[in-house]
Every structure is written in structure tokens, then in C-alpha cells.
Design a protein around this ligand. Structure first.
Ligand code: MLT
Length: 233
């Protein structure tokens, strides 16, 4: 049964692509007989479903947006996508449960809003990037491409998934006090071993985002979309 838009289990926003009929992406979609690409926006700790919308518009304003709010409240006030025991120490059982819960929400939302499950680009920052990484490792069918800002290893699965058709852009801070260079490299290595088409861009930054990496992510997105849909480029 298709759930109603108010019954999807997460507070969220869905926005159809602006100017869809004239957009390059919509034209590509039409060529393939498919619909539009959708950004799955995943905010950082203490954020909400509004936070990454300006970033998504900067990346491509003609892409649809599905933006849920994390359901775990840290200290009763700060929304997150899964529980942690301390900074960088995750409650793995909760992480697995929340990863599946979020993946199921995306499936239900695709039916309710009519977007294409094969064309989802996850865009996550910090805690949101970590659950996006967890989804790639545990429920890879949900995400075809991902832009991960300041991600770390969420968990190491017992068996690596096949990520050969996934495109992943990691952007990490050289001076990040929360995610060490070694930690980001470990995640890059996991994706690489699973066969993903992954790149990492190092920023002259800490945990905070800078303009340069948004420009890089935008460029990467244009290239990765055309290389994953070569016939429509
Ligand atoms: C996390 O808990 O996911 C990471 O430590 C990033 C953060 O939210 O600070």
C-alpha cells in the first residue's frame, strides 16, 4: 500500500525540480524515458530538513529534493540520524536500525511523490554524511551517487557490498578535529575495495564547509551524471 505523504514516518520536505521541463536534467530524463534526479539531503547534528536546501539549490536547482529530519534527539534537543555514545563512537545497533528505517522511508517517499529510486544522489554533511555512507554499505540499492562532506567510517560491514556502479565524491577537511585524515582515508579505502567510483577532495578547512568544495561538488556532479548516463550527454 502506498503511504500518504503525511504518513511517511519522518518530518521532511519534498520539492519537485524547479523549471523541470526546461532543465538539462529533465531533458536527459526524457531521453531515457525516466523522471528526474532527486537529492536526498541529510543534515548534520543539531540541524533540520531546511539546512541543506540552499546547498542543494547551489549544486543544481533543477533537481528534486527529499530532505528528512533525523529522528534521534541528542540531549533531547539536537536532531541526528542515529545515536552515538560519544563523539565519533556510534551505537552500532541503532545505526543499523536507523539506516534501514531511512532506506525504507526513501522507498515509501518515492511511491508517494513519484520520483525515480534509480536516480537518487545523497548529499550529506557530518552526521548526515555518515548515515549516507552507512546506507551505501548496508542498503546500496537506495543511493546511486553520493556527495559526502566530512564523512567518517560509520561501520565496517561483515561483507562488502558491490558498489561498482556507484559514484561517490568525498570532501574532507585537512584540519578537521572530528574526522582525522586517516579516518576519511579508511572510508575512501572501504568504498574503493567495494568497487565504487570514488574520489576524495581535501579542503584547507576544519569540520566546517567552505565555498570551494561546493564548487567542486557541483562540477563533480555534472561530470558523474553525464558519465553514468553517457547516451544522454
Ligand atoms: C557523528 O556523530 O555522526 C559525527 O561525530 C559527526 C557529528 O555529528 O559531529
Amino acid at each position: 500500500m502506498v503511504k500518504t505523504k503525511t504518513d511517511l514516518g519522518f518530518i521532511h520536505r519534498f520539492m519537485a525540480p524547479k523549471n523541470a521541463p526546461n532543465s538539462e536534467r529533465a531533458k536527459r530524463g526524457a531521453t531515457e524515458g525516466k523522471t528526474f534526479t532527486t537529492f536526498l539531503l541529510l543534515h548534520g547534528t543539531g540541524g533540520n530538513e531546511q539546512d541543506l536546501i540552499p546547498l542543494a539549490n547551489e549544486l543544481d536547482e533543477n533537481t528534486a529534493i527529499l530532505s528528512p529530519r533525523g529522528k534521534v534527539l541528542e540531549n533531547g534537543i539536537a536532531p541526528r540520524f542515529f545515536r552515538r555514545l560519544a563523539e565519533g563512537v556510534f551505537d552500532l545497533e541503532d545505526l543499523k536500525f536507523r539506516t534501514n528505517e531511512l532506506a525504507d522511508f526513501v522507498i515509501d517517499a518515492s511511491k508517494a511523490y513519484g520520483f525515480d529510486l534509480q536516480r537518487i544522489v545523497a548529499v550529506g554533511y557530518s552526521n548526515g554524511a555518515n548515515i549516507a555512507a552507512s546506507m551505501l554499505l548496508l542498503r546500496p540499492e537506495i543511493v546511486s551517487s553520493a556527495i559526502l562532506f566530512r564523512a567518517m567510517v560509520p561501520l565496517v560491514p561483515q561483507t562488502l557490498p558491490d558498489l561498482t556502479r556507484k559514484h561517490i565524491f568525498m570532501s574532507s577537511g585537512l584540519y578537521d578535529p572530528i574526522v582525522s585524515k586517516q579516518e576519511a582515508e579508511k572510508l575512501f579505502g572501504l568504498f574503493k575495495s567495494a568497487g565504487a567510483n570514488v574520489s576524495v577532495s581535501w579542503q584547507e578547512s576544519g569540520h566546517e564547509l567552505i565555498m570551494e568544495e561546493i564548487r567542486e561538488a557541483k562540477e563533480w556532479l555534472m561530470n558523474s551524471i553525464s558519465s553514468s548516463h553517457p547516451s544522454s550527454a
